[in-house]
Design a protein around this ligand. Structure first.
Ligand SMILES: Cc1cc2nc3c(=O)[nH]c(=O)nc-3n(C[C@H](O)[C@H](O)[C@H](O)COP(=O)(O)OP(=O)(O)OC[C@H]3O[C@@H](n4cnc5c(N)ncnc54)[C@H](O)[C@@H]3O)c2cc1C
Length: 428
């Protein structure tokens, strides 16, 4: 029997899932590899970190997503090496996998931009584990301060958010809601005035990629909620007691959330091929690597083109569109058809600031903020969630939280996620 071409997809994020799915009817066998056994819906991680949603509501088991896709096999393993000339991938399980076509979709990681102390003392928000850790950390600070109020003057209840992009803005807004509606009730002995959020932004405004009017609307919304904003100042260092700003100012804070930016997954640097600023892989217009037509790079790890010029933004939509495009190109290659260029079509960008408040910007120039923006945000995020069951779960939980202001998941410890890892698998 003739062997089907083997397509390996690295990463079950937005890009990898869409690439793998788009190959469901293609005459290929697909191996999808991810270090975790679930897809993470990163846009809602901040809800997990602030106890608004439970971890399982923003993650979905990869095997569940692909139960019906006969030509796909899932491997839970971390990729540790890629040999482009030999078309071979090394896994942390000790297994090597060979491919005919490779789709690299390993995403991005938090970038500390060389700021001292970030990796030791700041919390990042990229994975489900990060979100659960952040939630536990924040609630633990409240428990500690309740037991020993002297800790408050050392910043036990002060959260510093680094970066005024969408993630920083969302985090700051959600923290205020957690304080106002949950922690003030859980901790009646703690004064609301002692719970503080400070957001530090290098530039002069929030949400830099958005229209200035929406930046302004986000600024007003956060200030109205009591967030302290610092513009034109950056974080020079993080330590066990808080942060030091570039201006020299010192802020005591036991929680520092680093949401200042991302860089491409370090796998990109292992390939020895061209990378842009931020480590993103340089791709040809069909999303394949120069000199390696059988390798495609999609989503946050790559720098494919946007219709507006330059690389597409590191967001969910371009990841999904680029993943699907790479799959189509592999099919065309198999049929001997010429490659097609990829151009990202922007359906709009948004960021939420809190209950009833979000900013949305459509490419045609339409801008929304406030309640209307929030309704559009809710609708589009639910549409994007993977799997019907999940979507319904999240919606029901949200509706409940919305109506009652009660937030369920606020344990300081939960059992470790992802414990099972096979050590002796075999692969094609
Ligand atoms: C907190 C947060 C909020 C966000 N909010 C929004 C938003 O509101 N709207 C929006 O459009 N975008 C948002 N984004 C960005 C969006 O989530 C990303 O652009 C998108 O996830 C990129 O998709 P991807 O498939 O390239 O990578 P990812 O979704 O990151 O997936 C990469 C996958 O690769 C796996 N992987 C990584 N390294 C390895 C390895 N060595 N071996 C095996 N597997 C590996 C990972 O486990 C992961 O499953 C947000 C991101 C974050 C972190």
């Amino acid at each position: 029997v003739e062997r089907l071409p083997h397509v390996v997809v690295i990463g079950a994020g937005f890009a990898g899932l869409n690439a793998a799915r788009a190959l469901r009817d293609a005459p290929v066998s697909v191996t999808l590899i991810d270090a975790r056994n679930h897809h993470t819906f990163q846009p809602l991680l901040y809800q997990v970190a602030t106890a608004g949603l439970e971890a399982e509501e923003v993650a979905y088991p990869v095997r569940g997503i692909f139960q019906k896709q006969r030509n796909l096999r899932f491997l839970m393993a971390r990729v540790t090496g890629i040999d482009l000339p030999e078309k071979r991938i090394r896994l942390d399980t000790g297994v090597t996998v060979t491919y005919d076509y490779l789709v690299l979709a390993a995403g991005a990681i938090s970038a500390d931009f060389g700021v001292a102390g970030v990796s030791e003392h700041a919390l990042t928000l990229k994975t489900l584990d990060d979100a659960v850790r952040m939630r536990g950390h924040i609630i633990r600070q409240f428990e500690l301060a309740d037991a020993n109020p002297g800790l408050i003057q050392h910043g036990a209840l002060h959260v510093v958010v680094a970066g005024g992009g969408p993630t920083g803005v969302e985090m700051a807004g959600a923290l205020i809601e957690l304080f106002d509606h949950v922690l003030t009730r859980d901790f009646p002995a703690i004064r609301r005035d002692d719970m503080r959020v400070t957001l530090v932004e290098n530039g002069g405004r929030l949400l830099a990629p958005f229209h200035a009017a929406l930046s302004e609307s986000a600024r007003r919304a956060l200030e109205r909620r009591g967030v302290t904003l610092r513009f034109n100042d950056g974080i020079a260092g993080v330590d066990a007691g808080g942060v030091t700003l570039k201006s020299g100012e010192r802020i005591s804070a036991q929680t520092v959330i680093w949401s200042a930016g991302v860089r491409a997954n370090p796998l990109a640097s292992l390939l020895g091929v061209a990378q842009t600023r931020g480590g993103r892989l340089v791709v040809k217009d069909d999303l394949s690597l120069p000199d390696h037509p059988e390798v495609f790079a999609v989503g946050d790890i790559a720098a494919g083109a946007a219709a507006s010029g330059g690389a597409y933004p590191q967001l969910a939509r371009p990841a999904m569109q680029s993943g699907t495009h790479a799959a189509r190109q592999i099919e065309r290659r198999l049929h001997g058809d010429a490659p097609q260029p990829f151009v990202y079509h922007d359906p709009g960008t948004m960021a939420t600031i809190g209950r009833n408040d979000a900013v949305v910007q459509f490419p045609i120039g339409l801008r929304l903020s406030g309640v209307l923006g929030w309704l559009v945000w809710v609708f589009l995020h639910l549409m994007m969630l993977v799997g019907f069951r999940n979507r319904l779960n999240v919606f029901v939980n949200w509706a409940y939280t919305y109506l009652t202001y009660d937030r369920g998941a606020r344990l300081t410890q939960v059992p470790a996620l992802n414990t099972l890892r096979s050590r002796n698998g075999t692969a094609a």
